[in-house]
Design a protein around this ligand. Structure first.
Ligand SMILES: Cc1cc2nc3c(=O)[nH]c(=O)nc-3n(C[C@H](O)[C@H](O)[C@H](O)COP(=O)(O)OP(=O)(O)OC[C@H]3O[C@@H](n4cnc5c(N)ncnc54)[C@H](O)[C@@H]3O)c2cc1C
Length: 232
């Protein structure tokens, strides 16, 4: 059984000079000067000036300028249900703990959804069910069934871990989709932690790492949470 309720997330890699890099990309599009000079110029050390240009360029949809920034996260304690949703994002790169190479030796870790956890009777039966699955999994592997086949009985709730990398454009897209309350709570909490990790160091990104309604100004979902007015 998993001890932590939600994902553990750590930002493990990001460029040192993130703002300066994005600024250089933006400025290169509109300047007769070379990117080499722009990168070393005084303006590439003036935070206010850089942010003014970057905001203008991003809001005009010129997104190639933010694709130069790649960030990586170490993620653990998420369910396979959650990781399956994350890997649908095609501009991300993943290295995920293998259920072929890593054989479970005892009760596998799993994540209990909050709605089940909040119901003591169902929570108890959920734990019993996980324990039964574990018993059968161990029976299979002890009978010589390879882990790659025994894993067929492991549930969506089984815990997994991964390193996930993506560029800033994709992170903004991920946040816009997965911070929306229409996204399942587990992935919403995961993506929030990823965004929080980055904005701790790059506060200027707070305006972009938001649910999509904050960016477009209205809600385009069928079932709205009411945060923004629904598009008519
Ligand atoms: C609330 C919610 C509910 C969902 N429910 C379901 C569901 O019931 N069933 C289901 O199957 N999925 C579901 N999904 C997953 C969803 O359909 C997408 O697969 C997932 O959100 C990845 O989004 P994306 O394709 O926009 O982004 P990414 O794969 O991250 O790509 C980013 C952007 O790149 C562009 N792009 C990428 N690949 C292509 C391509 N091949 N062609 C053209 N443009 C491309 C698009 O503009 C895309 O928006 C759900 C997602 C959410 C947020």
């Amino acid at each position: 059984m998993s001890r932590e309720k939600y994902a553990q997330v750590k930002l493990i890699s990001k460029p040192e000079n993130m703002l300066q890099t994005v600024y250089t990309a933006c400025r290169t599009c509109y300047s007769s000067d070379s990117p080499l000079n722009i990168f070393d110029s005084d303006s590439a050390h003036d935070k206010e000036k850089m942010l003014k240009l970057i905001k203008r360029v991003i809001s005009s949809g010129h997104y190639s300028t933010i694709e130069h920034i790649q960030v990586s996260f170490a993620i653990s304690n998420i369910s396979r249900a959650c990781s399956h949703q994350l890997v649908r994002h095609r501009h991300m790169s993943f290295s995920q703990k293998s259920q072929r190479y890593v054989k479970e030796k005892e009760q596998f870790d799993y994540l209990t959804p909050e709605t089940i956890e909040n119901n003591p009777e169902l929570n108890k039966r959920f734990d019993e069910f996980m324990s039964k699955i574990s018993d059968f999994y161990l029976e299979l592997t002890q009978a010589g069934i390879p882990a790659e086949d025994a894993r067929a009985v492991l549930p969506n709730a089984a815990s997994t871990s991964m390193v996930a990398s993506l560029n800033l454009r994709e992170l903004i897209h991920l946040a816009n989709l997965r911070l929306c309350t229409r996204a399942q709570k587990e992935i919403r909490m995961l993506v929030k932690k990823m965004c929080d990790e980055l904005t701790k160091e790059e506060e200027w990104l707070k305006d972009y790492l938001v649910p999509k309604c904050e960016r477009i100004g209205y809600c385009d979902e069928d079932k709205s949470c009411g945060r923004k007015a629904v598009r008519v």
